[in-house]
Ligand binder design. Sequence first.
Ligand SMILES: Nc1nc2c(c(=O)[nH]1)N[C@H]1C(S)=C(S)[C@@H](COP(=O)(O)O)O[C@H]1N2
Ligand SMILES: [Mo]
Length: 246
Amino acid sequence: MSLHRRDILLAMGVTLVGACSKVADSGGSTVFDTAEDLHRKAQRLFQSRTALVKEYSPEDISPFFRGNGTTRPAEASYALSAANGFADWRLTVGGLVDNPLAFSIENIRRLPQRTQITRHDCVEGWSAIGQWTGPQLSLVLDAAGLQDSARFIVFRCADELNGNAYYESIDLLDAYHPQTIIAHQLNGEPLPIRNGAPLRMRIERQLGYKHAKYLTGIEAVASLDGIGGGEGGYWEDRGYQWYAGI
Ligand SMILES: Nc1nc2c(c(=O)[nH]1)N[C@H]1C(S)=C(S)[C@@H](COP(=O)(O)O)O[C@H]1N2
Ligand SMILES: [Mo]
């Protein structure tokens, strides 16, 4: 899947603003960089954001991929759905899109798939290597048709922590990253409940808390204001960084 040209420009605009303010913050002569310098810096940032993360071999896979955060949503509707093999689970794609969509797990399995063996890093100080399979998020976003005003992708989840819905968000650069997939398998098996069954995000350029589990909705938005606590994610609303790059 290729990036929309419009999205690249939009995302680069976001990156450029970040680069400029960082340059300004650092003081000194860098404030007077030529347009060429700035262009080179923006390109370097863009390349570091779009590069692939390392993929591992089957022998590197961790014997047990632990669960963290919610490991079994407490909601009765979740237990019912799990008892039925998630046959009634729907993943909705909406917000600033031309064609709102709803996918069953079977629909998700029938899309072109990507399989990747990657290392997951949690801020709590553990890592694990697992093999994940599912369609690229870009495929689903292109099918829904992102509108020009869309800047962020929000992920809605089935679980709550302390009475607050878990949610996450990323920008369009990460949304269109080739290793950003909607996973329905871990190590060749349907996702275990502890790891987010039936669907969870893999956002491989970022830390563990960005990878929304128990995924029910994907929403394209222009701003993160007014969603949850307004900081772009459950943990971000509690002080974690929104951009958790690794
Ligand atoms: N819906 C939901 N997604 C979540 C969490 C959660 O509590 N609820 N925890 C996050 C954190 S902190 C991590 S490290 C990973 C853990 O993924 P795992 O359970 O497969 O190890 O899921 C992330 N996604
Ligand atoms: Mo985590």
